[in-house]
Design a protein. Sequence first.
Lengths: 422, 322
Amino acid sequence: MKAFFTLVFILLSNSSLAAEQAEQLFNQLKPSLYQIKLIDKASGEKSSIGSGFQISKNGIIATNYHVISSYALHPKKYRIEYLDGDGNIGLLALQSVDVINDLALVKRKVDSLNNDERNFFKLSSAVPHKGEKLFSLGNPHDLGMIVVPGTYNGLKKESFNERIHFTGSINSGMSGGPVVNKQAEVVGINVATSGNSIGFLVPHDKLETLYQDFLQAPPESIEHQMAEQLTANQNKLMTEILNSPWQEKPLGKHGVIPIIDVPFIRCWGDSNADKTDALILTAVANCSLDENTYLSSQFFTGSMEIEFRYMQAKDIGANKFYHLYQQQIARAGSGNRAGKGNVTQYQCHHDLVMPDNQTINNKSILCTRAYKKFPDLFDVLYLSASIDKHKQALVSHFTIAGVNQKNALAFTRKFMEAVSWN
Amino acid sequence: MELIIEEITRNNKLLHRHKLDKPSIHIGRDYHNDIILTDPHICPSHISINYINEQWQVTDNQTVNGTFIESSKEKKQKANQHIVRDGDVITLGNSQLRLLFTDHAVDPTIAFSPFESFINLMRHPIALFISITFFTLIAASIIYFNKPIEVNFTQLLVPAIGMTLGFSLWPAGVALVSHLTKNDARLITQLAVSFTLFNLMWFSDILKNIVTFNSASNNILPIFVTFTSVILAFSLFWLNSYIGFHMSAKRRMVVSASLTVLLFGGSYLVQYSKKPEFDPRPHYNASIMMPSFLLTTSSSVDEFIEDSSKLFEQTNKEALKK
């Protein structure tokens, strides 16, 4: 009985301690937290909101790139404003961005004579341990600054660019807010949520790198900086994909397809084997890169999708099979969202192609569109349909967003040679 | 001495032709005349044409509205005491008469066009039956090939017959127009010729599919094949007007060419107006056919990559254009 009381007492004191900690932390950090608003100059109203936190004495504030993306792409249309805990409003200037990790640095004008210097957040020097209690700060849905406790659950495995898996509810508007440990050191930045208390954070070391690079050499132009980051990231990604093992895997009775063996590309499968009235038996395998670089609400890049489709005619003639088969491949679309201001229209080339393995003869189509603001970056779509297998067929298809010509063609070549028939 | 008098419309269309062999010809509204005209603006005894001194002379009987000689060059002249020349056109009231002598030169005989035997062959009942059946069968098979679900015979036959009826509206319409314009309707011939050409158009479509299937995007052969459908459409319009209407060869060419331009230019304009300013979807040619239609050898991956690399240069240029 005594033991039970002790246990309850410990639990109680622990939980009250946690609440106290959160409150204490919040009060201590509140002055260095900001709500960040993008104001449309013409209408004078806010067009997007997020959170930010000061990380230096001279007023550098960290936030998410996606909070200020409209300004980065159309600086003449918007201005960036902050609102601090005391209700002060002021202008912010964009200093540097990291589009790949969705980070941005903005600067508040600090009046040192007027005693305007505030506390600022310190970045942690260590990585948290699994299960460690963390506190996410931010301003969800414009409701006011709040603190959300949660736990660190390591890095997200399937992600090419590192993200922390945080168990705790992050909501929109909290984007750009800091996540701190008990010592009030920043270990991550709120970036995304997939609902049900699953949140994702950008690790603090990405911010550290961005800040140090900024101190050494501030970027000359944000657009140029973005182009460099996109080019470097696709180079890193494509080099890793091209140098990873591509495993041969059977699809259907005779198809042989490549599966790229990297953790950040995940595959799913489906078939219509249960539908007895279907005229064509279809088995589909699709793999995709779980990555989507946000450039603006109308423009995403960095994604990759691969799809294979094995088809076999049941009770129909070859002529009908090929008619239906053509309908299946007639309307492939791009894998990423992009608008008129961002990309050109697609241009396509098609031909009959037999790879060196001589096992399959394909009608192959390659389409590409160029990015208007970022030189030598393209969206690529490839579609190939076998035309020599009588009443069976294998379709291989991929889309890659934001690659340069060299990587796109190297990938296409490797992909074309990897699809075969036995 | 004989005189030929033709009643004509103001557009020179022949209404009646009279050949009279008497020295004095009376024309007017009452019943003792040689030529009785019903035009209310004509007097009961309007004119008489008399053979005097081996010449025909017009005499106007002091009529209310007068009688005039039509002339393209000069102004209207009063016809009273006029000496008739071959081919003269005189106006009385609202009517026109053309006066011709027996030695008036006629146009040379037009030989049957080589199409005549083709048309005669096609409009034979058996040939007509075959071409309409053929059309219906092709329509049914196209519906069958493109249905992703199983279909029975009636489900195919009903839309196929509907399509055949829909297509027969064209020759029927042409026949109706030629009937209304006082030409021979010749419905069967129009049907026969139209369906023969519709069938040829199916074939040119299949040919086009085979060519596009077998050629790469930088090949110009498919464009040439597209011309066959233009030529077929022109032939259809030419034959329609040859069967249905009497007109000069030049005029027939112009009419058929205009209809062809209207058809292809119109459908191009419709497509063009529907085209969005920016299309995020790629447009490519995905035509594939059975392996038995595969006629060419395939390119290698190297060739494909090299051709594709040009796309990157093109789109890059496009991106630089602001």
